[in-house]
Design a protein around this ligand. Sequence first.
Ligand code: ATP
Length: 244
Amino acid sequence: MTHSALSIKNLSYYYGERCALNELSVDIAEGVFFGLLGPNGAGKTTLMSLLTRLLKPASGEITVFNYALNKQANQAMRNIGVVFQQSTLDLDLSVAQNLAYHGALHGIAPKEVRIRIQQELTRFDLADRRHERVRNLNGGHRRRVELARALLHRPKLLLLDEASAGLDIDTRASLNRHLRHLCRDEGIAALWTTHLIEEIHEDDQLLILNGGRSLAQGQVQTLLSKHDAKNLPALFSQLTRPAA
Ligand SMILES: Nc1ncnc2c1ncn2[C@@H]1O[C@H](COP(=O)(O)OP(=O)(O)OP(=O)(O)O)[C@@H](O)[C@H]1O
């Protein structure tokens, strides 16, 4: 039986009068790579901020592995790993130091932290860079360090806000592939937000968000048949085109 990793029900958020998210509902099962596609201003970062408790919803419910985010925040947050749009690495610390701080923040014993750092850096092909300052790494390697850090406390749900922003095409594709393997091989659920259509595949689960509203949700192939669209770019422009 598959379990729900993330359940969002009727979630709304306002900046003053401006509605940034309007009654959004989403369900993501464990082990699923879930794409969230939306143009600039769609509400992607607002959603990420609500999911990580940086913002408080105006209304609605968020549940992570059956823990209500507002009432059982510690249990819910323990299951979440995050990669924000803007890098949050300390450039003057080494790769290993950045990860060690994260481990300490999560209350993991130092010996165990050292073991996990080695495991995660090996997974991302960065073991030989562990003592290097983050400042000396290129953009793709920095992103991999952020992913390694996000996984250090062994979360079962990863939230990635435009994690591939600013990377070249090959590095973006490799990061995207890596995430898909994590979902498939380790049962981790990932919410991958992007405004780049090519990062979404035809067998992915997808939410198209625009103006804070869900325009479509489901498996891409099913959505294409339902809306009689020949491919995802066509569907996206059909759904997001302003009314004449
Ligand atoms: N701090 C803020 N104050 C007022 N309005 C805001 C604020 N942050 C975002 N908004 C507005 O809320 C809406 C959703 O913005 P959000 O940043 O969540 O979208 P996004 O999909 O992440 O966009 P992008 O792809 O450009 O990062 C937009 O209309 C935006 O202008």
